[in-house]
Ligand binder design. Sequence first.
Ligand code: FAD
Length: 479
Amino acid sequence: MVEQYDIIVAGAGMSGSLAAGMASKAGSNVLLLDRNKEQEVGKKTNWGWVCGDAVANDHLKFIHAEAGLSFSAPELEQYVDGVYAISPDLESKYLFEGEGYVLDRPAFEHKLLEFAKNSGAHYVPEFEVEGPIMENGFVVGVFGKDAKKQHKELRAKLVIDSLGIATQIRRKLPENPYVDRDVDVDDIEATGRYIYEFDLDHEDPMYFDTKNALIHLNQQIAPGGYGWVFPKKGLKVNIGIGVQKRSLEIRNKKLGKGDTLHSLMDEYVRMNPVIKNPRLFNANNNGKGYWSVAVRHQMESLVFNGYMGAGDSMAMPNPISAGGIGPSLVAGILAGKNAALAVQNRDVSVAALWKYNLDFNEKYGKKTAGLEAFRVYLQSLNNDLLNYGMKTFMSADEAEQISYGLIPELHLAAKFRLVLRGAKNINAFKNLLYVVKKMKLLNEIYRDYPKSPESFPQWRASVRRELEDVKARFKPNPV
Ligand SMILES: Cc1cc2nc3c(=O)[nH]c(=O)nc-3n(C[C@H](O)[C@H](O)[C@H](O)COP(=O)(O)OP(=O)(O)OC[C@H]3O[C@@H](n4cnc5c(N)ncnc54)[C@H](O)[C@@H]3O)c2cc1C
């Protein structure tokens, strides 16, 4: 007998559980599938719930307003005033993202799953999704293996893909003009992190701060990415790095080294003078892990016939901070609501699902192409230029605006004169002006997101043209 649902949500992580809960609340018959056992819900890989686990409070407020969910301890493990990005020489720091929390991730995921189940979603753990079922150009279900390793086909009017970055659904869609199947390797950060308990050698808020999440920009230690030190409860820390593969290769070649993500992670921990005697905190076997994050603009369309995507499956993390929890939560809410509406209206075509594109674009997505351009620029700066630029080019306020996807005016003329007087690194400053202009342009293009699929191809071509220009101008240059 073929099982038939209104909506199948594949993946019970951040985006999936919320999407399933919202669609169920709106009256749909929802199946929520995940390969993990229930006690390990939301675990990304065998390596655990690999993440820095920092999320801005604004996103939690949005979930509260939309889903009525509120959070407290234990899932909110540590409050932070914000996130500081620190220059390689530790002499400049910019605050970006406002107040937020470092999560106890397994506890948070359980809370979201409870929401899905209490809202009426039918949850099936230990189901490995292997691909979409296609009929007449529509996704009409998924196939995979159940807990007994039996092949199974499950059908629905609509499938929501929340399988994370390695999604087996999006990557197996037929070639189509809406959703890309592949992500360029240069747009991916290879990441790894530890959760450690440690002894405090001495206080130094540049290396560990119970009130703030710290990000270290340093092209030698984290080429093409950054290192992070996020405080957890007590003397516990989530510490890790992300690197761009290409930047790491260039750095190794120039320095004659053979470093890997793993060796750099260990070096990053060793060079932190505050963290003494680190001991792996391995509750839930979650103390050490590796995974990947896409740091590009999200898929230009998040929908296809019978298909919607939310979270990492759609490359939603912020291109400069790699923060993907916020957009996953936002997308989960919006996907769930729009999916239920489409099912009620008995139309799951691209055109009928388009409103989800518009909603996500408005709430979050419109800034990410600009941020991707800025990320490419950042990856072209070595440590000297990062130090100099963070001191000279931009005020903390301007940098904060950029991190929110806003475009600062940069008081350009005045600054230009200032740099001219010093006559140092003039090219890097000109490049900053160039990239800020491109960010502005990309933001304008996204403000004009197509209202329906008809004008999508031309619109997408214009996004790609601008980003290709930026990528042609800036090449990774870590050392
Ligand atoms: C090292 C690292 C650090 C990060 N730090 C931060 C941070 O500090 N702040 C932040 O905001 N973001 C951070 N991110 C990004 C953030 O973790 C993700 O954006 C977020 O987890 C995305 O949620 P999701 O629900 O889309 O996908 P996921 O969390 O990946 O969940 C996908 C779910 O689908 C399941 N699944 C996958 N494949 C299958 C399959 N074939 N069949 C069945 N089930 C399957 C998985 O097991 C999982 O339960 C970080 C990421 C990494 C890797």
